[in-house]
Design a protein around this ligand. Structure first.
Ligand code: NAG
Ligand code: NAG
Ligand code: NAG
Ligand code: NAG
Ligand code: NAG
Length: 641
């Protein structure tokens, strides 16, 4: 009793002496590579973006869980732009709290997002330091064209606590090397593909090779409403002449005039330079492997201007928030070390992907090219066993794609990004899959990683020796940059078939992939993700049977994934008592002793009681039973888990 009184007294004292400021986000130091140049000039004007708290992001998350869950009554009934806005926009109380703060301090906020959840303010450094108890300094980085202004710590006045989620740029330091193509591409003489084997030094991967390997059809898509979007950052620009040359070389069955629609935001551009340097390799790889695999699917390239990667990611989501008929799939081959974003900015960006998923967009990201050590590994970090997860690949609302190499057997590639988030907990759809993997990690494992984090990647496919055209020359490239557009294209082709069949598109994929879709993947069981540069003896994860943080669920088998996507969710034709559909799924849980069954209440099943799921270590559903007899007759939507 006396002790707790003392504690209470102490906390009062601490608050009083700190004034009305509440610490919002901080870091001990800038990430390595950034050079500190002292206080930013007091009169330097900075523009801060302020994320106003969404009025009900929790309900959007619950809604998305339901809509994305195979078997739910509202399965794949994706939300409209306006429906999403009702969850994301700030409440009137939040808007007036911020406006009162702004006018009391002579600031003029400008609303900068369609959902009203971002505003910007422009103010001198001295004032920003005072209002947010910050200490803005100037930093440079060898890879940055100009200096940046950042602070190691930022606070909120107490009247904004609970109303403001993020101030940016403050404590986020993201290095400008977010492209996920390894840095040393090779050029080769143009000629016929030597072999369709990415383990063979003379082998190359082409669209035809990927079609053969994964059973991807070459027949053109038919649905004009189904668009795939490639995002472009860091001044890497998709080239129309290179795409045409690539199609002539690699898809002679397609019209070489097949091209993309250019979209831009933040003053993005897409200059067409016939002698483009290596700078366009990333965009060319992404556009060529979407055009070349998603045969006939309308293709867009979103060129995002600006030099700050977190801002660019964010502005991609706010751009799509304002598009009435958005693409059904978006692929991004960029990422950076998760911790460099800071938790508040990473969470806000990730919630942006949640909102896109709820609208029926499959958000696909490359998982990183540094194995367990971030986007790119380099010799100085090989001996450091604190693994570096990659963002946005760690966001639970994106589908993160790793890389494999070779055939018969297909193996995890050394560079395939994978591991566990430090910001986002293990996602609800992957708990059994992740638990199965963790059991294979030895007790004396030297790697330091977060066992309670969201595991990534979710899936994988080939990622090395991809043939492409850039600047009129034929190149071989690779990395998860190659895998992500290819996987996104598979999803786009499945969406085309779904729309033709009068069904909604796949949207937020992961709950489907980890349940009904899991058997449509080839499990990859060999490989060690020590990185492209770090020696194979470096501490890293090993691929195993079942899900692993190198290849996720494995590599896709197109016909099986299409069948799983098309399968009716209405398996119960005889609504009665307990329960034809659950009996159909009731394998023997005892045969899978690795995992204790767990209870999961699916939102839309609530009137039937809880649904008892058992998963095997592949993350596939092995048993499903209702914990209590249904209180209403089973409807035709009940059986499709
Ligand atoms: C692929 O190439 C590697 C390296 O040359 C070779 O060992 C392997 O047998 C080849 N695989 C197939 C299926 O041809
Ligand atoms: C875009 O260009 C306009 C005009 O030059 C400029 O005022 C604006 O700040 C730019 N926007 C961004 C996001 O860079
Ligand atoms: C290893 O990496 C972690 C995470 O980046 C960092 O905090 C730590 O200082 C590094 N250790 C050494 C010895 O460089
Ligand atoms: C590990 O992940 C959990 C869940 O996301 C998080 O709360 C925790 O802070 C993380 N631990 C570290 C050391 O980052
Ligand atoms: C990783 O794999 C690639 C492709 O096979 C190879 O070129 C590279 O040398 C490997 N890295 C290491 C460190 O062995």
């Amino acid at each position: 009793m006396a002790f707790s009184k003392l504690l209470a007294l102490l906390s009062v004292v601490v608050v009083a002496s700190a004034g009305p400021m509440v610490l919002h986000e901080w870091r001990a130091a800038a990430p390595s590579g950034f050079i500190r140049h002292g206080a930013a000039p007091a009169n330097e004007m900075i523009t801060l973006r302020v994320a106003l708290k969404s009025n009900d992001v929790g309900s959007l998350e619950e809604k998305l869980k339901s809509v994305a869950a195979p078997g739910s009554s509202d399965f794949r009934q994706w939300l409209s732009m306006d429906e999403v806005k009702t969850f994301i926009q700030p409440s009137p109380e939040t808007v007036s709290a911020f406006n009162a703060f702004a006018s009391a301090n002579g600031l003029t906020p400008t609303v900068i997002s369609p959902n009203g959840d971002w505003v910007s303010i422009t103010l001198p450094v001295s004032k920003a330091n005072q209002l947010f108890a910050a200490d803005f300094e100037t930093f440079t980085h060898p890879n940055l064209k100009s200096s940046i202004t950042r602070t190691l710590s930022v606070s909120l006045p107490s009247e904004l606590v609970g109303h403001v989620d993020v101030l940016h740029p403050t404590t986020a330091f993201v290095t400008p090397d977010a492209r996920l193509v390894p840095s040393a591409p090779q050029i080769r003489k143009r000629g016929p593909a030597a072999s369709c084997n990415s383990s063979d030094p003379a082998g190359v991967v082409t669209p035809t090779c990927l079609q053969d390997l994964y059973g991807i059809p070459a027949t053109p898509a038919t649905e004009a409403s189904n668009t795939i979007l490639v995002t472009g950052y860091e001044d890497s620009w998709a080239q129309r002449a290179d795409l045409s040359q690539f199609l002539t070389l690699a898809r002679p069955d397609m019209p070489p005039s097949t091209t993309f629609t250019l979209l831009t935001t933040d003053n993005g551009t897409d200059p067409q330079d016939p002698h483009g340097s290596t700078g366009n390799l990333e965009a060319n790889l992404d556009i060529q492997y979407t055009a070349g695999i998603a045969t006939g699917v309308p293709l867009s390239f979103l060129s995002v201007g600006g030099a700050d990667f977190p801002t660019s990611l964010l502005d991609t989501t706010t751009f799509l928030d304002g598009v009435e008929n958005p693409p059904t799939v978006m692929t991004t081959s960029y990422g950076a070390i998760e911790s460099n974003f800071g938790a508040s900015m990473a969470t806000k960006i990730c919630n942006g992907y949640m909102a896109l998923g709820a609208r029926g967009i499959s958000v696909v990201f490359a998982s990183g090219d540094g194995g367990v050590r971030g986007n790119h590994d380099f010799s100085l970090i090989c001996a450091n066993n604190t693994f570096l997860p990659e963002f946005p690949a760690t966001c639970p609302f994106v589908t993160s794609v790793g890389s494999t190499q070779g055939f018969a057997p297909e193996k995890a590639m050394n560079l395939t990004g994978g591991g566990f988030s430090n910001f986002f907990p293990t996602a609800y759809y992957q708990t059994a899959a992740v638990a199965g993997f963790l059991e294979t990690v030895p007790d004396d494992f030297a790697g330091i990683f977060n066992k309670t984090g969201r595991g990534f990647p979710d899936v994988s496919l080939q990622g090395w020796n991809f043939e492409l055209v850039s600047g009129g020359e034929v190149w071989l490239e690779g990395g998860t940059s190659a895998s992500s557009p290819t996987f996104a294209s598979i999803i786009a082709l499945i969406n085309d078939r779904l729309i033709s069949a009068g069904k909604p598109v796949l949207g937020f994929l992961n709950p489907f992939l980890y349940s009904k879709g899991a058997s449509a993947f080839t499990d990859i069981m060999i490989g060690h993700n020590s990185g492209l540069i770090c020696p194979a003896s470096s501490v890293a994860f090993d691929a195993t049977e079942g899900w692993d943080p190198l290849t996720g669920l494995g590599t896709p088998i197109f016909p099986d994934l299409l069948a799983a996507a098309l399968a009716p969710t209405a398996a119960c034709t005889t609504p009665s008592t307990l329960d034809p559909c659950s009996i159909a799924y009731l394998a023997s849980p005892e045969a899978h002793p690795l995992h204790t069954p767990h209870l999961l209440c699916l939102h839309s099943w609530f009137h039937y009681g809880c649904v008892h799921h058992t998963f095997d270590h592949h993350g596939a559903l092995h048993a499903l039973a209702l914990s209590s007899p249904p209180s209403q007759p089973l409807t035709p939507s009940c059986g499709g888990v």
